[in-house]
Ligand binder design. Structure first.
Ligand SMILES: [Zn+2]
Length: 94
């Protein structure tokens, strides 16, 4: 079981959360200036990192807030979590 700390509710079992995707990908600043191929890359193309990785999670069975979690994709150890604007450090891929 993973233990994820929601910044508002405290430590909770991971089954209270829903994975929301890669938190290292930024939405294009000017969506109208992006080609269809660039949108395809932004929406669908992802790295498959091994190691500590920043991810979005939603506390769906709690406060329903979105949070950022730094989780090791290899060991599943949670290195930290915080509100959406928090800086959990860079990914540390192996
Ligand atoms: Zn919460």
């Amino acid at each position: 079981m993973l233990l994820i700390t929601c910044p508002w509710c405290g430590p909770r079992a991971h089954i209270e959360f829903t994975y929301g995707g890669d938190a290292t990908v930024d939405r294009p600043a000017d969506p109208d200036a992006v080609s269809a191929e660039e949108w395809l890359d932004h929406v669908y193309i992802r790295d498959n990192p091994r190691g500590p990785h920043n991810e979005w999670w939603q506390h769906t069975s709690g406060c329903r807030s979105w949070i950022k979690v730094k989780r090791d994709t290899w060991t599943h150890r949670v290195h930290g979590s915080g509100p959406p604007g928090s800086d959990l450090g860079e990914d540390e891929h192996r």
